[in-house]
Structures are given as C-alpha cells and as structure tokens.
Write a new protein. Structure first.
Length: 166
C-alpha cells in the first residue's frame, strides 16, 4: 500500500471550514503544515485547491481531484476519482491528503496516518471532519499548546496511526 496520510486542523465541534475558507489563522500550524508536507505530494479536491492563498502549493506535487471530465489545472496532476488520485500517489514517500471534507471522508479507509491539529475552540462551519473511530485509529503522539497569544486559543498536535495496517 502507498503511504497515504491525512493532515487537517479540526475545531472542537469537528468544523474544518466555511464558505471554502479556513476558520482560523494559526501561524505556527501553517509553518508545521509547510514543514511536514514540503517535498511530498499533496492531494486535494478542486475547491480546496481554489481556496489556497498560493496555488499550486510550491515545492510539492499537487494532485487535484475533480469531477469534471478532462478538466486541467495548470501546474497540477489531475485525478477524476479517488482511485485515480491514489494511483498518482508516490509509492516511496508519504502522500498527504489536505482536504476538503468529502476528500477526507473518502480517504479515511485508505490512509494509515493522520496529522491532526486539534483546535480547542468551537467554530461555525459548513464542512466537518468525520469522527475518528477508536477501534480503527490509535493516538500515538500529542503535543499540547495550551494557549497561543497570536490566535487567542489553544490547540494540540496529534498523530494518529491505523491500528491494523491492511
């Protein structure tokens, strides 16, 4: 199986976005995202791609999933299904699923690891991350940031691994 991981920031009420935008700005988390995903393929839906402030994401292979047959986005590898996106993923290095909600949902059964920034605050959202099944996933690492003065709330960095890897 290809090394596929999910990376996401989730509010206390599981919200991850609204109106195709992030719900918060956590500078330290954006730096962490860049550090973790740099040099790796990133897989996303078309709406997530268009929500990025810089696109395609530099120093990463951008794989964009669309349901529009033949659609091309310059600088990106296009996939027209989850299966095509998985086929485009690299076999030798970690591939990161970066959103949105339906893409996360569809990759939950394929991913073997999740990098989650757990925001300790509720936000009004229209896109939510699926529940994490404790029978399938195990928390392997947690780093707490009790309060970040820059954003005004706390969060934690969590790494989850699939209990039985295929």
């Amino acid at each position: 199986m290809k090394p596929i991981s999910i990376i996401v920031a989730i509010a206390a009420n599981h919200a991850i976005g609204k109106d195709n935008q992030l719900l918060w700005h956590i500078s330290a988390d954006l730096k962490r995202f860049k550090q973790i995903t740099g040099g790796h393929p990133v897989v996303m839906g078309k709406n997530t791609f268009y929500s990025l402030p810089v696109r395609p994401l530099p120093k990463r292979r951008n794989i964009v999933i669309t349901n529009v047959p033949g659609e091309i986005i310059e600088g990106c590898d296009m996939a027209y299904s989850i299966e095509e996106a998985e086929a485009l993923c690299d076999e030798n290095i970690e591939n990161f699923i970066i959103g949105g909600g339906s893409i996360y949902q569809q990759f939950m059964d394929i991913a073997y690891k999740m990098y989650i920034t757990r925001v300790h605050k509720e936000f009004d959202g229209d896109v939510f991350f699926p529940e994490i099944d404790p029978n399938v996933w195990q928390l392997s690492e947690i780093i707490e940031v009790p309060f970040d003065a820059q954003c005004g709330f706390g969060y934690s960095y969590e790494i989850w691994v699939r209990k039985n890897r295929f």
